[in-house]
Design a protein. Structure first.
Length: 148
């Protein structure tokens, strides 16, 4: 495998296992899954938190996998960071075991890898970053040509 292909494969693998899998947790939250509600009660959160958090998880996962929208992707990744670090802190606060505390942080590793490996077309560019702008322009041009 060539280097760009390896990086792209690693990006999609970490994205599917990390941010995109928030769709599952989001669905469980929105539908009020009994196990999720039990865990939220154990952590001291009210029922409505499952619906609120679940909706944001689904929207964040969709933002990360959708083409374009680099600023929205940054916010989605930030939201995953906040949620996963809060999950670890919540587990620690109620005295849960080390495995329950480390699990969200391990998951955060997948989210961080997805963020770090994302292609230039999915990154927020800094003003004057001509290389990233050109990469995004080529990607959009190729996309437009391939849909004709």
């Amino acid at each position: 495998m060539t280097r760009p292909t390896l990086r792209t494969t690693a990006y999609w693998l970490t994205t599917i296992l990390g941010p995109a899998s928030f769709v599952i947790g989001g669905f469980l939250g929105v539908t009020g899954d009994p196990q999720m509600l039990f865990t939220l009660h154990h952590l001291g959160y009210p029922d409505y938190f499952a619906t609120l958090s679940g909706a944001w998880q689904i929207l964040g996962a969709l933002a990360v996998v959708a083409p374009g929208l680099p600023r929205l992707k940054e916010w989605a990744y930030a939201g995953f960071f906040f949620q996963l670090t809060a999950a670890a802190a919540s587990r620690a606060a109620v005295g849960d075991g080390l495995g329950h505390i480390v699990a969200p942080l391990a998951f955060l590793g997948l989210v961080a890898a997805s963020w770090a490996l994302r292609p230039a077309s999915r990154r927020l560019t800094a003003p004057g970053d001509q290389e990233a702008l050109m990469s995004r322009a080529v990607t959009h041009r190729e996309l437009a040509l391939s849909t004709r």
